[in-house]
Design a protein around this ligand. Structure first.
Ligand SMILES: NC(=O)c1ccc[n+]([C@@H]2O[C@H](COP(=O)([O-])OP(=O)(O)OC[C@H]3O[C@@H](n4cnc5c(N)ncnc54)[C@H](O)[C@@H]3O)[C@@H](O)[C@H]2O)c1
Length: 256
């Protein structure tokens, strides 16, 4: 049974990595997928993959840090597909990877703008559409770095901790209107975001990846599809009693 038949799902930062895998999975589950990103070629390629498999998708250019553009694109998605039922706040950046005292305020603000403020802009724009649809689901990509500390990426940790609690507050604010809000907490997932950290590392990409594998009790980093499966669950009615929760998909990273 396709769990998302007839639902419209909007995914931000959907051109690569977890966003891309999520779009493909949501389409497999029967959703109409609104693919949005700042990298147009990547986003259009995701739509092509979905339509080749018989699914329904359309691409919109969307920089999530532009609140006016967010509103316009969300309205355009609702116009095209009739409504919006699911928002996946996936767009995110790793940002400056230096000790806290070496980070410029501008570097700090950039991460907060993309990873935190834009989740607010997108949630704010989505809520009227979800209400109109009679309810819905918002899935926010946090991280293991929103649950536990590590001696790296200070602004990223701050941003993902914020997303975890924004999800709970919105879960409480909108529960009575049938809108569920949950956060997802991936361990390290091999995506362009992590590959770039590996390339920039002092020990070299291969040693970096081996080090990451060893951090996960299950023995390896995750794949984007591992996270897409969790997002599809939270988007669907299988999770109809799930709100304000934290879905940890991390190969055991935070179990210790
Ligand atoms: N990869 C991991 O190990 C991991 C772990 C935990 C959480 N996450 C989170 O999952 C999400 C996706 O991560 P990923 O690894 O797939 O990243 P990625 O870098 O592979 O892809 C991110 C996508 O977001 C887009 N993007 C960046 N800035 C944007 C903006 N301003 N507006 C719109 N789109 C923008 C990029 O173009 C890209 O397509 C992020 O929120 C990330 O923090 C990732």
């Amino acid at each position: 049974m396709k769990r998302l038949n007839g639902k419209t799902c909007l995914v931000t930062g959907a051109g690569k990595g977890i966003g891309r895998a999520t779009c493909l999975r949501l389409a497999e589950e029967g959703a109409h997928v609104a693919v949005t990103d700042i990298e147009d070629d990547d986003g259009k390629a995701v739509c092509d993959s979905i339509t080749e498999q018989g699914g329904t998708a359309h691409y919109w250019h969307l920089d999530v840090t532009d609140p006016d553009a967010v509103r316009k694109v969300f309205d355009a998605v609702a116009d095209r597909f009739g409504q919006i039922d699911v928002l996946v706040n996936n767009a995110g950046i790793a940002g400056a990877n230096k000790p806290t005292h070496e980070i410029d305020p501008e570097e700090w603000r950039k991460v907060i703008e993309v990873n935190v403020n834009a989740v607010f802009y997108c949630t704010r724009a989505a809520i009227p559409h979800l209400k109109k649809a009679g309810g819905g689901s918002i899935v926010n990509l946090s991280s293991i770095y929103g649950l536990v500390g590590a001696p790296d990426l200070p602004p990223y940790h701050a941003s993902k901790g914020a997303v975890r609690l924004m999800s709970k507050t919105d879960a409480l604010l909108y529960a009575s209107e049938g809108i569920r809000v949950n956060s997802v907490h991936p361990g390290f997932i091999w995506t362009p975001l992590v590959a770039e950290l590996a390339e920039a590392s002092e020990e070299g990409a291969e040693a970096f990846r081996k080090g990451l594998d060893d951090l996960h009790p299950i023995g390896h980093v995750g794949a984007p599809e591992d996270i897409a499966a969790g997002v599809a669950y939270l988007a669907s009615d299988d999770a109809k009693f799930v709100t304000g929760s934290e879905l940890v998909i991390d190969g055991g990273y935070t179990a210790r």
